[in-house]
Write a protein that binds this ligand. Structure first.
Ligand code: ZN
Length: 395
């Protein structure tokens, strides 16, 4: 995601970050990005987690990202806590947003800094936010009152320098969800922020902006536009039309055509924001996400069968929670004459996790108390980075 947004920043276009809430959204958005040969960011907003199972939808998003030819980033939108960011990364997000923008600057800095240290240790970039963009994704801004709090240049500089975030979401007059009339944007402020920071800028609340406003935003450093409400409205209109035209209340009759409606609106945005046709250029300069398998083959000593099982179960529980760990596999050898009776295979998001995992206190504690005292000498421990074959280099 960092390479994607750096390219967009350098070449002055914006990549669409569409929030998804169902398979219809994933299908419509991927179809649009493929038709337009555009890089794409699929976002999952924590404020939407009541509408879908994050873990289940992530599996589909990741599959969509891996099987396509275009570059895809997977983003946790409005992560509410450090814990949410870890969960997002461990489930496959390749970018995370930490939203502590409701807190005073110093506390926002502290919280963001902690997430940045953790995420960078997993090879994952972070979006921070400063200022206040009213509303909630997909809901009317009028239902979530509150004045726009504009991001100031001085605070933004302090925030970026202190936290080390990779991208910044700023408040220059947009709102989440719908609002009456066209919002007034403070382009002068945006120009100054861009000049002072020189990092990719993110705009939340893209729905309802006019063509010229988008062009001005992109001209001034905006490289990621978060967009959801208009897609949700297109889906909603489709359902309403189906209900009228078919007279049926059956689920499949009602939802028929939703992904096409979403695709249409997504294609319009991609065209408007200049990311159409950029997929190929991006693929040649983006570092792909390459997971690493941390493999340990071992034998045990001084443990009976139950003791071995307990040790494995405890390891699986503890190690799975460490940032950058996608999956923990523990196995018993099948061959009678196998030299190593047991294995761990721990999948990391990125090779940088080899170091952050080793020194993580939970890993050290488990290894010191549960594993090393019972692991016989002569075990094998190696890390394998996924080979860069054509098929799996896209996500
Ligand atoms: Zn937002």
């Amino acid at each position: 995601m960092k390479d994607m947004l750096s390219h967009a920043y350098k070449h002055q276009y914006a990549i669409a970050a569409f929030d998804v809430v169902s398979l219809d959204f994933i299908e419509g958005i991927m179809a649009a990005a493929e038709a337009k040969q555009a890089p794409i960011i699929i976002s999952l907003a924590e404020s939407h987690f009541e509408y879908f199972d994050f873990e289940l939808l992530m599996a589909a998003v990741e599959k969509a990202a891996v099987r396509t030819d275009i570059p895809v980033a997977i983003h946790l939108d409005h992560g509410e806590s450090y814990k949410s960011a870890v969960r997002g990364i461990n489930l496959g997000c390749t970018g995370v947003m930490v939203d502590a923008s409701n807190l005073p600057l110093q506390q926002n800095i502290e919280q963001t800094k902690a997430v940045v240290a953790m995420a960078h240790g997993c090879g994952i970039p972070v979006e921070g936010e400063l200022g206040y963009v009213p509303g909630v994704e997909g809901e009317d801004a009028e239902r979530h009152p509150g004045e726009v709090v504009y991001t100031t240049v001085a605070d933004a500089k302090t925030y970026v320098d202190a936290t080390g975030i990779d991208f910044i979401a700023v408040s220059v007059g947009t709102v989440h969800g719908r609002m009456k009339g066209e919002p007034k944007l403070d382009f002068e402020r945006l120009t100054e922020i861009n000049r002072a920071l020189q990092i990719p800028i993110v705009i939340h609340g893209g729905t309802g902006l006019g063509e010229e406003q988008f062009h001005q935003l992109i001209k001034n450093g905006v490289t990621k536009i978060n967009y959801y409400t208009a897609l949700a409205d297109a889906a909603g209109r489709c359902i309403a039309n189906n209900a009228t035209s078919t007279g049926s209340a059956g689920y499949t009759s009602l939802v028929k055509g939703i992904s096409d409606a979403i695709q249409l609106e997504a294609e319009r945005c991609i065209e408007l924001w200049g990311s159409a046709g950029k997929a190929e250029a991006l693929l040649s300069c983006c570092r792909p996400t390459l997971p690493v398998e941390h493999v340990i083959l071992y034998n045990t000593k001084d443990l009976d069968a139950d003791g071995i099982k307990d040790m494995m179960a405890e390891g699986k529980r503890v190690l799975s929670e460490i940032p950058g760990v996608r999956e923990v596999f523990t196995g018993d050898v099948i061959q009678e004459d196998g030299n190593y009776r047991y294995c761990w295979v721990v999948r990391f998001t990125d090779r940088s996790v080899i170091d952050s995992y080793r020194v993580h206190p939970d890993h050290q504690h488990f290894a010191d108390t549960h594993f090393r005292p019972y692991a016989a000498d002569g075990r094998v421990s190696l890390d394998y980075q996924a080979s860069l074959l054509d098929e799996d280099s896209k996500a």
